[in-house]
Write a protein that binds this ligand. Structure first.
Ligand code: 3HC
Length: 723
């Protein structure tokens, strides 16, 4: 029999937590009012203490407890990230961490067993809450994900995760999760030993109560019992533990060049805490959490969390504009990009038709799409029947059959206006008036493409980045005649396939390539001046880019870069003059990685083997010049930042928010710098203007600061005044 406690006995109904005693099991239901997800806020902590107090007092006939969420799609999304913005110094973060630890220690030390019944996201403090429970059951829903993503916010787990996870699943496995921020579904979490059982959503509560009962009666023993001591077994063999940490540290340093303090600090906290009693390990954790939470790196990464979430949830369309549901997509052009678009769409439950002119080309594209799907599905440990269901969602065709059912068309044929015009006309004769006509182009103006259309209001740019399954950004480009429902539907499509969409106005290069172009052109100029390939690349990877500009030339393809460079130079002659270097390279048959010949040499396995010294003679510039790393970084970095500000000034961007998201997710602007606009706010517009003026004097007018930058410098303005 269920005894639902009355309002006077329980926390008020608007409280974030409610406890009902049902047949001797306390069912603790989380549902934070007014929030889309449950987060560990001060209110939730207080309410949980109230409940734990009642459980400690006993007297309600409670034998075990279950913690479950009433929010669809989330169990607990972690600490309230919003509160991090209020931390003024390390002490504030440390206190917040201690509060979380205190609550979870109290939960862990209850004499009755507790079961975390997880459906949806259990991330950060959410997973840490689950780790403090005796037993964990997760659902097999695709929305269930467990992980400790704190390093992605520039911090480390602060509510016991650094101590409890290694004690539960071992050192190497827990470091992998904490250093990458990887999120596991229920099944993978079970295979790693993080959860004890996986069940279907509808039976979660029933199974959690059953487990709670069995734990109380002793019929079921928690598998995570070793959590209370330090990790046992092979990882503690002399030398092995040291080896694991050494390897992990090397991995972090080679990936981050020491630019991100959180992962290194995480390793230190875990290593030092392992042999200590839990309370002492938690002390180390709280201190490090407090110090990291107020670093510039953490502030920038938190900024990116909120800007990218807002870009996902808040498209620039008139209020009330409703997107069309996107269940069917047709992709025209089954090359590498088209196949990638087909794969990511199918992976998100969309039925896809992939068309090319010739059946063989369509079949090849289908194979590429399927291979991508299979690779990704295997990583997620999907069952063979699930993989078949996924791959069956893509069908190849050489005709336009089935196009009339498509909600969105993505044309991904070769980058040529007249070819695209012809294809657009053909497509239109096979689709209805309510189909979005998207073009995956990186350079051709959308208004120009729309000229060939009988329904220009349906035409929009959908600029995917390569490789499509890995790159998180979708740049959506509207022309002046694009209908708002088309923008809204494209945005919804982007979100559905797991991309972060930004919407920008039509202009040469749109946003991403527009800001990349002068950066790349400047790199080529520096080469011409006699700076070496390695010095250039190293300077920019040390600034935080994942690869340097010269490597990027080879990756993109020098012919592609040459073509894009000319289009951009025609539009912005004053500052994007293409360098002779690229023309000379292409004339010599050097196309980059794709033909194994570029600025670098490549082995038989396609791996880069080093800078190709013969390039210097070809471009007529021996590496003779010593330009300081800082100057290279300023010439390239500020070139991009300045151009980004111009795009906002001209209205290509709707907001600085989209500019930061686009630069980080589309072209690898260093995340710890938060994006070009956040960077200006961080170092100060006056400082950026002064450095640009110095460069302008030394190298010419292409460095002239954008007007908006000058205004910000003069008026002490910020792009993100709220911080
Ligand atoms: N804090 C504050 N707000 C949060 C939040 C959090 N932890 N998680 C989500 N939100 C907000 C979002 O900003 C968004 O707000 P909006 O409605 O104003 O735009 C809203 O909740 C919904 O979020 P999404 O649009 O992202 O919803 P999805 O369903 O697509 O995704 C999610 C849900 C998977 C939970 C995703 O929001 C997410 O990954 N959240 C962050 C998870 C995270 O990083 N947790 C760690 C926090 S740090 C921590 O826990 C420290 C601890 O160790 C002490």
């Amino acid at each position: 029999m269920a005894t639902t406690l009355t309002e006077t006995e329980t926390v008020a109904s608007a409280a974030p937590v409610r406890m009902d005693v049902e047949d001797g099991i306390a069912v603790i239901r989380l549902n934070q009012p007014g929030k889309p997800v449950n987060v560990i806020s001060a209110g939730l902590v207080e309410a949980m203490h109230g409940i734990l107090g009642r459980l400690e007092a006993g007297g309600e006939g409670v034998r075990a407890a279950v913690i479950i969420s009433e929010k669809k799609g989330t169990w607990i999304a972690g600490a309230d990230i919003e509160q991090f913005k209020d931390f003024k110094g390390p002490a504030d973060g440390e206190t917040a961490s201690r509060e979380g630890q205190k609550l979870l220690n109290r939960l862990e030390r209850l004499v009755i067993p507790t079961v975390a019944a997880i459906d949806g996201a259990a991330l950060g403090g959410g997973l840490e809450t689950a780790l403090a429970c005796t037993y964990r059951i997760a659902t097999d829903s695709p929305r269930t994900k467990l992980g400790l993503p704190e390093v992605q916010l520039g911090i480390i787990p602060g509510a016991g995760g650094t101590a409890r996870l290694p004690r539960l699943i071992g050192i190497a496995a827990s470091l992998d999760l904490m250093l990458t921020g990887k999120q596991l579904d229920g099944r993978r979490a079970r295979s790693q030993g993080i959860v004890d059982e996986v069940v279907p959503v509808p039976v979660l509560l029933r199974e959690a109560k059953r487990a709670a009962n069995d734990l109380a009666s002793g019929k079921l023993k928690p598998k995570g019992a070793r959590r209370r001591g330090s990790p046992k077994g092979v990882e503690n063999l002399p030398g092995l533990r040291g080896f694991i940490f050494r390897k992990a540290r090397q991995g972090v340093v080679s990936k981050t060049h020491g630019l991100y303090p959180a992962p290194l600090r995480l390793l230190e906290v875990v290593e030092r805490g392992l042999d200590k009693p839990l309370d002492a390990a938690l002390e180390l954790e709280a201190k490090a959490f407090g110090e990291l939470a107020v670093t510039q790196e953490a502030r920038s990464l938190v900024h990116l969390f909120f800007t990218s979430t807002a870009a996902k949830n808040d498209p620039p369309v008139p209020e009330g504009t409703r997107p069309k549901p996107v269940d069917h997509v047709a992709v025209v052009g089954a090359g590498f990009m088209g196949a990638g678009i087909a794969a990511v769409s199918a992976e998100s439950g969309i039925e896809v038709r992939l068309k090319d002119v010739k059946p063989e080309a369509a079949a090849k594209g289908l194979k590429t799409a399927r291979d991508t799907l299979i690779k990704r599905a295997k990583r997620k440990k999907l069952k063979p029947y699930q993989i078949t269901a996924l791959t069956d969602r893509v069908e190849a065709t050489a005709a336009y059959t089935g196009f009339h059912t498509a909600d969105v068309i993505v044309e991904a044929v070769f980058e040529d206006v007249s070819l695209k015009h012809g294809v657009l006309k053909e497509i239109e004769s096979h689709i209805g008036a309510d189909t979005v006509l998207g073009s995956n182009t990186s350079t051709i103006p959308i208004a120009e493409l729309a000229k060939a259309s009988a329904r220009p209001e349906n035409v929009i740019g959908l600029h995917f980045f390569s490789p499509v399954d890995k790159m998180p950004l979708l740049e959506i480009i509207t022309h002046p005649g694009t209908a708002p429902w088309v923008t809204a539907t494209s945005h919804a499509y982007g979100k559905k396939i797991g991309k972060t969409p930004i919407v920008v106005n039509d202009s040469p290069g749109f946003y991403a390539n527009r800001i990349l172009s002068p950066y790349m052109a400047e790199a080529a100029l520096l080469l011409e001046e006699g700076v070496s390939i390695d010095d250039l690349d190293r300077a920019m990877t040390r600034w935080g880019y994942p690869v340097g500009p010269i490597t990027l030339y080879d990756e993109v393809g020098l012919d592609v870069a040459q073509k894009a460079g000319k289009i951009m130079a025609a539009a912005f002659a004053d500052r994007m003059k293409p360098s002779q270097v690229i023309d000379k390279m292409v004339a010599d048959g050097r196309l980059g990685r794709k033909n194994g010949k570029g600025f670098f040499t490549y082995g038989d396995d396609g791996k880069k083997t080093g800078a190709d010294e013969s390039v210097y003679a070809l471009i007529g510039a021996a590496p003779r010049k010593q330009v300081s790393r800082e100057e290279i970084q300023d010439r390239l970095g500020l070139m991009m930042v300045n151009e980004a500000v111009r795009t906002l000034e001209e209205g290509v961007l709707h907001s600085a928010r989209d500019g930061d998201v686009g630069a980080v997710m589309g072209i690898g602007f260093p995340p710890f710098r938060g994006g070009p606009f956040w960077y200006v706010d961080t170092v100060g517009a006056q400082d950026v203007v002064a450095r640009l003026k110095k460069l302008e004097q030394a190298h010419g007018s292409r460095f002239a600061p954008a007007k908006m930058l000058l205004d910000h410098a003069a008026g002490g303005k910020k792009f993100f005044p709220e911080g």
